[in-house]
Design a protein around this ligand. Structure first.
Ligand code: TAP
Length: 481
């Protein structure tokens, strides 16, 4: 039976007054798994007001750090106790593989533990500004935090925002992507069973143009944290001007993966595969532009394609699947359109390029892992974020050209260098204008490290102590003595 989802507002699961419901699909077979409410502007405003009033009551914002840490640990425990269900829901709703969903869910529980740990540590600053003036710097919660997340990591992106926002003592409104609400609903069901006071956390499903826009424009929202497209990020920045709310934006990327001739060949090939095909390429930090030094260029393509041919694409719940489905038909069509454009632009299609419709996969949204070689910097497939399993491979001559090509993009989210010369690798990675970078590996990161981009890839940082700062005000108190 199809599940009917509800909004979670002011500590209650409630129906929306809007009769329109969104079908929530399994992208591996188009089965309807649930019907989700579409919150109205009025319902969004009511939730914001309730969140504000609970914030002002001090029931959460004035808890001791240790009390808040205990609640975060309860949420982490609940997630771990319900890991299998969280994983199954993510696979069913997003299309990613079980292995990927397991890693997301475990990282998400860890993020709650990490922020609980930060709260358990004392921190702060006090100094003597002059003989008779003592200055103290303190951090305070901001108020209501609007958290808007995309469909590619529905659970992990929600938690990367919820955990620090709650740790800081804010009230929160979470808006999941319209098409992937399932794990957010489960997470709120779990949070509802903890000691988190009612009314601190609200879950509003609905469209970006109504719920997202209302959150971004509201004068009662003090901070908006958004992950998604650069276009919507710009929109949010404009909408936020009303009350000059703080914003953090984690946007798109077109990240370079630079492979020098002196790199360990097999390691470079292996990580360049993982760099783009993890999450079917629907990952903001994907290494979607591989830059290979001329001496190994043809050999690299040959080996790369040989392995790509063997990637097992299939439903996420099949243990043998190495790459899952594309999240929606609309997004699949957009990726296929880019593949068409790439062919038209004259890039060499070294492998893939088609929707997969055989072996009982005809109802799912599956695309072959796709490799374009011999691309040039002016091509749209090199410049624009495709956000799918499509990689472009470009040749470079020397270090200077590698850096030039790597930075020849409006984005600046991620980048990697592969070389056995540590000095050269460090020299080059420091020149790459991006916030998340790797040497001789790809995608590996941790909850302590700041996550975010340069240039059109965003503003602000998630995770680590930096992530907590995004949800805090900083105050100086000067004490005359
Ligand atoms: P977006 O349209 O940016 O959606 C991200 C989130 O913002 C969703 O919750 C969306 O709601 C909401 N949103 C949409 N319009 C809004 C508005 N005017 N005000 C406030 N919130 C709004 O991304 P998408 O459609 O999911 O994907 C489009 C492209 O974005 C992708 O192809 C990819 O290039 C990029 N993208 C990047 C990332 C990361 S991690 N950087 C993640 C996802 C997508 P709805 O779901 O209701 O539209």
């Amino acid at each position: 039976m199809t599940r009917i989802l509800k909004l979670y507002s002011n500590g209650e699961w409630v129906d929306s007054s809007n009769p329109i419901k969104q079908d929530i699909l399994n992208p591996a077979n188009q089965e309807i798994i649930a019907k989700a409410p579409e919150a109205t502007k009025e319902e969004t405003e009511e939730a914001i007001k309730a969140a504000k009033s609970v914030f002002e009551s001090g029931i959460w914002s004035e808890c001791t750090p240790l009390e808040r840490a205990n609640v975060l640990l309860q949420i982490a425990d609940m997630m771990e106790d319900n890991m299998n269900e969280l994983v199954a829901l993510e696979v069913e709703n997003n299309g990613k593989t079980k292995r990927e969903a397991e890693s997301d869910a475990s990282d998400a529980a860890d993020a709650f533990r990490y922020y609980a740990g930060l709260l358990s540590n004392t921190s702060g600053q006090t100094y003597e500004a002059s003989y008779d003036l003592q200055t103290m710097i303190i951090k305070e919660p901001m108020g209501v935090a609007g958290l808007i997340v995309p469909w590619n990591f529905p659970l992990l992106m929600s938690v990367w925002k919820i955990a620090p926002a709650l740790a800081a003592g804010n009230s929160i409104i979470l808006k999941p992507a319209e098409i992937t609400p399932m794990t957010a609903v489960k997470l709120f069901e779990l949070m509802d069973q903890t000691d988190l006071p009612k009314g601190v956390a609200h879950l509003l499903m609905g469209s970006g143009s109504i719920v997202g826009q209302t959150i971004s424009e509201s004068n009662d929202v003090d901070v908006v944290s958004f992950t998604g497209s650069t276009e919507v990020g710009r929109n949010i920045m404009q909408a936020a001007t009303g009350n000059l709310k703080k914003i953090s934006l984690e946007l798109g990327g077109k990240s370079p993966n630079i492979i020098f001739e002196d790199a360990d060949f097999d390691t470079a090939v292996d990580h360049a595969l993982f760099g783009i095909f993890m999450g079917s390429g629907q990952v903001c930090t994907s290494g979607s532009r591989i830059l290979v030094q001329e001496g190994i260029y043809e050999e690299f393509i040959k080996k790369y394609v040989e392995i790509v041919k063997g990637i097992n694409v299939g439903p996420g719940n099949d243990e043998n699947s190495e790459m899952g489905a594309i999240v929606s038909e609309k997004h699949m069509e957009s990726i296929l359109e880019y593949i068409r454009i790439g062919k038209e632009e004259g890039a060499r299609l070294a492998f893939g390029g088609n929707r997969i419709v055989q072996d009982g996969m005809e109802k799912g949204f599956f695309i072959e892992p796709t490799v374009f070689a011999d691309v040039t910097s002016d091509m749209r497939i090199v410049k624009e974020e495709i956000f799918g399993p499509v990689v472009v491979i470009q040749k470079f001559k020397d270090e200077a050209e590698a850096i030039k090509l790597a930075n020849d993009t409006e984005f600046g989210l991620a980048g990697a260098v592969f070389s056995s010369d540590q000095n050269k690798a460090m020299r080059v990675i420091k020149k790459v204008r991006a916030g998340i970078t790797w040497v001789n590996t790809y995608h590996l990161t941790n909850v302590q490290a700041p996550w975010g981009g340069y240039k059109h890839s965003g503003i602000g940082r998630s995770l680590g102590t930096y992530g907590l700062d995004e949800y805090q005000e900083t105050k100086q108190i000067n004490i005359s003595m």
